[in-house]
Design a protein around this ligand. Structure first.
Ligand SMILES: [Zn+2]
Length: 583
């Protein structure tokens, strides 16, 4: 295998022996007891942070190296042992720091404020501000102890659902082309893309039958989970479960409300898209099990990796030459592990090491989708690159709320570039439907889920119990609202809520929707305004986790508390739909 296409793990550690030696050394240093009870002095707090940083950054290197080595060949048990050693180190690190958060939060408000205004602590001002906000929701020591003791009970609903979903669900087998196929979550999503409508229908009916057979226990589990969220929010004096969840990522509630109201306005366009998709698929009636079938097939660009990479660099020219040079450097300096090998982990991801550089795992296969994957993962990587370069360690990591923005901006810009240059109508149609499906599944579908969660929690907050009937009724109503009259709302679809694992992590999925909205708005601005928009976007990419994610997005011109980004996103959807119809 040509080394040029394998990532340079030696940039982190030259040998496994060096890794082992570093691990042993760092293990001895993990002890923060000298700071216990002393955080009421600014200089002690600063010294603690510096020590956390010096040890934490080494653990990060150890951990990323172990993960990457393991992913190169998952059958190599040596790196399993590296990973278990790292778990041990992490556990020791976090338990030795367990006193920090409670001690800081119990400091007098005035002390915390003086830390925030202390210039020698400016690297920690944002996390201190968050701590100060959280302080209002911290209870007395014995109340906190009671809540902490209940932690395992509170997290059990997600575990119960996981057990139901992965172990008890009687999915069974179905016949496809005279072969018996075991239905799993994975095969189900493949079967829904099958071009034979009978296969899709059979898979759909069988899959839902399994959930329906367990609907009483799933309804009770979900109801319990929502009650738990409402209880914990009340206990911590938050006005609602939503407020409590969003406070965790420092996002104002207006963003969630704005999302729901603005998506509602765009639903007629989603209905129209469903009508066009029905036509494109040549169906008289389109059922819920038809909507995942691709409208265009067989348009793989079949590019060799080097050509695919050049295409990505060319497609992102609007981001300027610095961005393009970095992309070339990433390829040249072996940040990327390109090809599939026996034992290599499947899929794709990006991971970054502070003070070194980001890495990307690919399994490049010459499909058109694989070209988008390069653009996507390099978006993550260069976001990390700029944030790590411009932010201190404590502020470098960006949050989940903005994590998919840069990756999606790259995909959208590449699609737009290819649409401009494509000569073949079939390819154009593929690109447009790729964009339309991305917006349907990431923006509309996740907002539908967000609206459902909002409903469920509000009911419980009003004291209204959730039953299988009320949950199904509410879900069906939402499904009709979102997909409209161009779709047959099969009787099974009202149970769809029952199969969504993310619902056990309440108020999480809305971030997928706000992420793609932000990305569509940024890409539009870059293509319309050019350099000033690019400059602002680079400032955003360089901002890491230095402030509330909603504030950071404003730097790139996206204010999610206003209507504009939503209007931008839906304008993109509408124009893609119009172009799709023309073809
Ligand atoms: Zn991603």
């Amino acid at each position: 295998m040509n080394k040029q296409y394998q990532w340079a793990t030696e940039d982190i550690f030259t040998t496994d022996a060096e890794w082992n030696k570093t691990l042993e050394e760092i293990d001895k240093k993990i002890d923060f007891s000298e700071f216990k009870g002393k955080l009421n002095k600014a200089e002690n707090y600063l010294a603690l942070q510096k020590k956390i940083e010096s040890i934490g950054s080494v653990i990060e290197k150890l951990s990323v190296y172990a993960m990457m080595k393991h992913d190169e060949d998952t059958t190599n048990s040596l790196y399993d042992s590296f990973n278990s050693k790292i778990y041990g180190i992490y556990a020791k690190f976090s338990s030795s720091l367990a006193f920090v958060q409670p001690e800081l939060i119990s400091l007098d408000q005035e002390v915390l404020k003086s830390y925030i205004n202390n210039t020698s602590l400016s690297e920690y001002d944002y996390s201190l501000k968050c701590l100060l906000k959280e302080k209002a929701h911290v209870l007395s020591a014995d109340q906190e102890a009671l809540l902490a003791a209940g932690g395992e009970v509170f997290s059990s609903f997600r575990d119960i659902f996981t057990k139901i979903d992965n172990a008890d669900l009687p999915l069974g087998k179905i016949k496809v082309d005279n072969k018996t196929v075991q239905l799993t979550h994975g095969t189900y999503s493949m079967l829904l893309q099958n071009t034979d409508v009978k296969v899709r229908q059979k898979a759909f009916k069988k899959y839902y039958k399994a959930y329906i057979s367990l609907i009483n226990v799933i309804s009770s589990t979900y109801y319990a989970s929502v009650k738990k969220n409402v209880y914990l929010a009340k206990a911590r004096k938050y006005p609602s479960a939503m407020a409590s969840a969003l406070a965790g990522e420092d996002v104002p509630e207006i963003v969630y409300k704005n999302l729901l109201t603005n998506v509602k306005k765009a639903l007629p366009d989603l209905h129209a898209y469903m009508g066009e998709k029905k036509k494109a698929l040549g169906l008289d009636k389109m059922h819920m099990y038809d909507i995942y079938v691709p409208t265009v097939e067989g348009v793989d660009l079949k590019l060799e990796y080097d050509d695919a990479y050049s295409l990505v660099v060319e497609g992102l020219a609007c981001l300027g030459s610095e961005y393009q040079q970095l992309l070339l450097k990433a390829k040249e300096d072996r940040w990327i592990d390109v090809y599939e090998r026996s034992g290599k982990r499947s899929g794709a991801y990006s991971v970054a090491v502070y003070n070194i550089h980001p890495y990307v795992l690919l399994n490049y296969q010459k499909t058109t989708h694989d070209v988008f994957t390069i653009a996507h993962e390099m978006g993550h990587s260069l976001h990390s690159y700029f944030s790590n370069k411009n932010q201190p360690y404590a502020k470098a990591d960006y949050t989940i709320f903005v994590a998919e923005v840069a990756s999606t901006v790259n995909e959208v810009l590449l699609i737009k570039h290819l649409l401009k240059t494509a000569k073949d109508d079939k390819l154009k149609k593929y690109l447009l439907s790729y964009l339309l499906e991305m917006i349907r599944t990431t923006l509309f579908r996740q907002t539908q889920f967000s609206e459902f969660e909002d409903y469920a929690h509000k009911q419980v907050e009003k004291g209204v119990p959730l039953t299988k009937d009320s949950l199904c009724k509410a879900y069906l109503k939402l499904n009709k609202k979102y997909y409209g009259k161009n779709i047959v709302h099969d009787k099974e679809i009202k149970y769809e809520w029952a199969r969504i694992p993310h619902f056990y992590r309440a108020f999480y999925v809305y971030k997928y929707a706000t992420g793609i909205i932000s990305a569509l708005s940024i890409a539009r601005r870059i293509l319309e305004e050019g350099q000033t928009a690019v400059d602002d976007y680079f400032k955003f990419l360089s901002s890491g986790g230095s402030d509330s994610p909603v504030e950071l997005l404003k730097i790139a011109g996206v204010d999610l508390t206003q209507e504009k980004p939503y209007q931008d996103a839906f304008a993109e959807f509408k124009s893609a739909l119009e172009a799709f119809v023309k073809l």
